[in-house]
Design a protein around this ligand. Structure first.
Ligand code: MN
Length: 400
C-alpha cells in the first residue's frame, strides 16, 4: 500500500529481484497513477486502488482483467486481500483504517506508516495480540530496536514478545532512539522562523516523501517515533531517550539492565528494514560477498567504518528549539485522545506549510495551541480516532 512512494518503490525493487519468493498481489497509489500503471504492467497485481473514481476508470479501461478500487474504501479493500503480509507505506492517518482491517483479517503487517501507531497505538497493538498478528517495523530506528531486542526479550508485536512476562520483566533499561537532527540541527528558533519549503525539504541523510521530510525538519518525526516505539516495544515513554546522531549510521540502540548496549548499524538504506520485515526472521542478501583481495573492500554497498563511520557522534536534542519532541512526550503522557490530536494537527499544518500558507514555526506553535485547547474523550474505535483527527485539523486551521 503506497506502492508509488519512496518505501513502495524500494519494496517493489526487492520484489523485482526476488520473483521466485515474492509476488505483489495488490498495489495502491493516491495520485501517481502513471507510476502505478507502469507497476501494474510489470508486477501484474490482482487488484489495485487509486485516489479517485476518475483515475479508477482510467486504470480499469487499460487493465480490464484486474479489480480497481478507489478512495479510502479502496484501501480497506486492498487491506483485506488474501496475502501473507501487508506492507503499509501510506502517508499519515490514511494508513490507520487499512492497517486495522488487515490485522482483523489476520495478515502480518510490515508497518512504514507510523501514524497508525501514533493515533491508534493501543487499539492496533491489542488487536495484533488478539489475532496473533506480527507487526514488523519498517522504520529504520524501530527496525534497529527490533533487531537489538532479538534474543533479549523481544518486542511486543514482532511475536518474539513473551506473553508470560507482559513486557514487564524484560531486561531493557532504556531505548536509545537516534535522530539525524534534520536540516536545521544547531539552529536557534529565530534562525528557523523564515526557512523556506525548499530548505525544509533538503534532508541531509534520507530521501523520503515530503510529509516525513518536514516532520524531520521540525523533529516531530522523532516525537512520532517515540510514540511508535512505545507501542511497538511496550516500553514506557520515560525509558525512551532521543540521541541526535547526525551520521545516521547507528539506527538506534537498546540498553540492558547489565549495562550492555546493543546497536544496529548500517548505511542509511531503507531496503534493509523493508527486506527484513518482508523476510523475517530471515535476512536477504542485499550486498556483495566480502572479498578481502578486492581493492575497494569491504565492497560496494557495505558499511566501511574506516571511511563513512570514522566519526560517530551523539548529542542531546535541543528541546527548546525543537518543541515537537516534548509535545510528543506530553501527548503520550496524557494519553487518550492527545496523540491523535497532536498527529492530526501536525498533518494539517505540514500540508499548509508545504502549500506555502504558513511559516515553519507555525507548525509547532499551532500544534501546542491545539493540544491545549482540545478536550476529547479517549477514542475506543477507529471511527472515533478519525473523528478526533478531523476535529484537530479544523482547530489547527481556526487557531491560525
Ligand atoms: Mn525513522
Amino acid at each position: 500500500m503506497g506502492s508509488t512512494g519512496s518505501i513502495g518503490t524500494q519494496a517493489l525493487e526487492i520484489i523485482r529481484n526476488n520473483k521466485d519468493k515474492f509476488k505483489a498481489v495488490g498495489l495502491t497509489c493516491r495520485s501517481r497513477v502513471d507510476s502505478l500503471i507502469e507497476q501494474i504492467r510489470e508486477f501484474s497485481p490482482e487488484a489495485v486502488s487509486v485516489g479517485n473514481a476518475e483515475d479508477a476508470a482510467r486504470v480499469q479501461a487499460e487493465f480490464p482483467d484486474i479489480t480497481v478500487y478507489y478512495g479510502d474504501a479502496g484501501l480497506v479493500e486492498i487491506a483485506q486481500m488474501d496475502c501473507d503480509i501487508v506492507l503499509n507505506s501510506l502517508m499519515g492517518i490514511s494508513g490507520l483504517a487499512p492497517t486495522y482491517k488487515a490485522i482483523e483479517c489476520g495478515r502480518d503487517i510490515a508497518l512504514a506508516n507510523k501514524e497508525t501507531l501514533v493515533a491508534g497505538g493501543a487499539l492496533v497493538t491489542d488487536l495484533c495480540r488478539q489475532n496473533g498478528v506480527r507487526l514488523l517495523p519498517v522504520d529504520s530506528e524501530h527496525s534497529a530496536i527490533f533487531q537489538c531486542l532479538e534474543g533479549n526479550g523481544g518486542s511486543a508485536c514482532g511475536r518474539a514478545y513473551r506473553e508470560s512476562d507482559g513486557g514487564v520483566d524484560r531486561p531493557v533499561r532504556r531505548i536509545l532512539l537516534t535522530a539525524s537532527g534534520g536540516p536545521f540541527r544547531g539552529r536557534s528558533l529565530e534562525e528557523m522562523r523564515d526557512v523556506t519549503i525548499e530548505q525544509a525539504l533538503n534532508h541531509p541523510k534520507w530521501s523520503m516523501g515530503s510529509k516525513i521530510t518536514i516532520d524531520s525538519a521540525t523533529m516531530m518525526n522523532k516525537g512520532l517515533e517515540v510514540i511508535e516505539a512505545r507501542w511497538l516495544f511496550d516500553v514506557p515513554a520515560d525509558k525512551i531517550d532521543v540521541h541526535v546522531h547526525p551520521e545516521s549510521i547507528v539506527h538506534s540502540m537498546v540498553e540492558f539492565c547489565d549495562g550492555s548496549v546493543m546497536a544496529q548499524m548500517g548505511l542509511p538504506d531503507m531496503k534493509i528494514p523493508i527486506s527484513l520485515a518482508l523476510n523475517y526472521p530471515d535476512r536477504m542478501k542485499l550486498i556483495g560477498d566480502f572479498d578481502p583481495e578486492a581493492s575497494d573492500a569491504p565492497g560496494a554497498g557495505a558499511l566501511d567504518l574506516f571511511t563513512t563511520g570514522a566519526n560517530l557522534t551523539f548529542e542531546k536534542p535541543d528541546r527548546k528549539v525543537f518543541r515537537c519532541i516534548d509535545l510528543a512526550y506530553a501527548a503520550l503522557k496524557e494519553g487518550g485522545a492527545a496523540p491523535v490530536v497532536m498527529n492530526g494537527a501536525n498533518e494539517a499544518l505540514v500540508a499548509m506549510f508545504l502549500s506555502g500558507k504558513i511559516g515553519f514555526l507555525d507548525i509547532p506553535e499551532t500544534i501546542e495551541k491545539v493540544m491545549d485547547a482540545a478536550d476529547f474523550a479517549a477514542p475506543a474505535t477507529v471511527d472515533e480516532i478519525l473523528h478526533i483527527d478531523r476535529e484537530a485539523r479544523r482547530m489547527a486551521a481556526e487557531l491560525l
